[in-house]
Write a protein that binds this ligand. Structure first.
Ligand code: BYC
Length: 330
C-alpha cells in the first residue's frame, strides 16, 4: 500500500483506497488487460479522456490530409501521384474509423467537428507546418508517419475496445505510408546534388516538429499518469520519443543525411542516443494557434464543413422520409 501511495502521490491518480467499489472493479479489469466496451461501466473521466484523445487523433488524420493533399497535383510522376492519392485517402479512412470509435462513447461526429472549428479541440501540432517542396512528401511519410506508428503500435493494446481495433487496422496502413516516404527520401538523397539538398532541407525542417508529435516532456505531461493507469496510453511521451530517435538516426545515416542536432550522440552506457529537446516554447505557441499554418488549416476545414452542409441536410431529409414511409406502412 505504501508503494502504491508513492506511485500515485501528486499524479492525480487515485490509490485503491480512494476508489469507489465500481472504480476498483473497473481498474482490476484494466489491470487484467480486459477490453472495456462501450456499454460497460466506466468512470466519467475515463470516457472524457478517451473522447479527447480519440477526437484529437481523428481530427489529426483529417487535417493531416491537407499538407500532403497540397502535392497531389504536383507529384513528379503518375506513379507517385497514384501512391500519394491512395495515402491521403487512407488518412481520411483513419479519421472515419476514429470518429466512429469516439461515437461509441456518446459524442457525435458533428459535435467533435464543431469543437475542432471553435478551437476547443486540438489536432496534432505537426500539421501546422507547411510542405514546401516534393522532398517534404518524403519527410512527412518517413518522419511524421514514422512517429505516428511509434505512438500507435502500442495503442493497439489500449484498454478501450473500439479504439484498440481501429488502431490495428490503421497501423497496417501506416507502415506502408512510412515506407513510401522513405522511398521518396532515398530517391532524392541518391539523386542530383540539388535533390539531395532538398532532402536535407526537408529533414532539417521536419525533425524537431516530428519530435514534438509525442507531446511535452514527461515532467510537463498533464494527462500521462492517469492515462497510463487506465491503459489509454501505453508509454510515456519521452519513452516513445527516445524510441523514435533510436530508430530514425540509423535510417538518416543510411540516406547519407545529417540529423540537425549537434548534440546527437550514441550513449553506450544508456544504450540510446542522447539528443536535444525540441524548442518547447515553439510547441506551445503552435498549440495556441500561432504556427505557420494554423489559420489556413482551420479555414480549410471550416470551408469543407460549410460546403458539405447541403449533403448532410439532404441525407437527413432522406432518412426522415424513409422513416416516415416505414411508419405509414406499419
Ligand atoms: N499536438 O498531457 P499530454 C497521423 C496536448 S495523425 C497537439 O502529454 P496526452 C497522420 C495534449 O492534447 C497522428 N497537442 O497529453 C495523419 C494536452 O492538451 P489538452 C496523431 C498536443 O493526451 C495524416 C497537452 O498537450 N496521433 O499520424 O496524454 C498524415 C498536454 O499533453 C500534442 C495521435 O493523435 C501534439 N503533438 O498525450 C500523416 C495519437 N501533444 O488536450 C500522419 C494519439 C500533446 O489537455 N494521441 N498535446 O488541451 C496520443 O497518444 C496522446 O494524445 C499524445 C499526447 C501523446 C499526442
Amino acid at each position: 500500500m505504501y508503494a502504491q501511495m508513492i506511485k500515485t502521490a501528486g499524479t492525480g491518480v487515485k490509490s485503491p483506497e480512494e476508489m469507489t467499489e465500481e472504480e476498483r472493479r473497473f481498474q482490476a479489469r484494466v489491470d487484467a488487460n480486459e477490453k472495456i466496451e462501450p456499454k460497460d461501466w466506466m468512470p466519467e473521466d475515463y470516457r472524457k479522456t478517451l473522447i479527447r484523445q480519440i477526437g484529437q487523433h481523428a481530427h489529426s488524420e483529417i487535417v493531416g490530409q491537407l499538407p500532403e493533399g497540397n502535392w497531389i497535383t504536383r507529384a513528379p510522376t503518375l506513379e507517385r501521384k497514384a501512391i500519394l492519392l491512395a495515402k491521403v485517402q487512407d488518412e481520411a479512412g483513419h479519421g472515419l474509423y476514429l470518429y466512429c470509435a469516439a461515437e461509441t462513447l456518446g459524442v457525435s461526429r458533428d459535435e467533435l467537428t464543431e469543437q475542432l472549428l471553435s478551437g476547443k479541440m486540438k489536432y496534432s501540432s505537426i500539421f501546422n507546418y507547411p510542405t514546401l517542396t516534393w522532398a517534404d512528401m518524403g519527410a512527412v511519410g518517413w518522419l511524421v508517419d514514422g512517429a505516428a506508428i511509434m505512438n500507435q503500435v502500442p495503442l493497439q493494446r489500449t484498454s478501450f475496445g473500439p479504439y484498440s481495433r481501429a488502431m490495428i487496422r490503421i497501423c497496417k496502413e501506416e507502415s506502408f505510408h512510412q515506407r513510401q516516404g522513405y522511398d521518396i527520401m532515398m530517391k532524392m538523397a541518391q539523386g542530383t546534388p540539388a535533390q539531395k539538398k532538398m532532402a536535407q532541407d526537408a529533414l532539417n525542417r521536419f525533425w524537431y516538429p516530428s519530435l514534438m508529435m509525442f507531446g511535452p516532456s514527461d515532467k510537463d505531461s498533464v494527462h500521462s499518469a492517469q492515462s497510463m493507469a487506465w491503459k489509454i496510453k501505453m508509454n510515456t511521451n519521452d519513452e516513445l520519443r527516445q524510441k523514435f530517435v533510436d530508430q530514425t538516426v540509423p535510417q538518416a545515416e543510411y540516406l547519407g543525411l545529417t540529423v540537425p542536432d549537434e548534440h546527437l550522440k550514441w550513449n553506450e552506457e544508456r544504450g540510446h542516443y542522447d539528443f536535444s529537446e525540441p524548442d518547447w516554447s515553439e510547441f506551445y505557441d503552435v498549440l495556441k494557434g500561432n504556427g505557420p499554418c494554423n489559420t489556413d488549416r482551420l479555414n480549410a476545414r471550416r470551408e469543407a464543413w460549410e460546403e458539405g452542409q447541403w449533403v448532410r441536410d439532404a441525407m437527413l431529409a432522406h432518412a426522415r422520409k424513409k422513416a416516415a414511409a416505414k411508419v405509414a406502412a406499419e
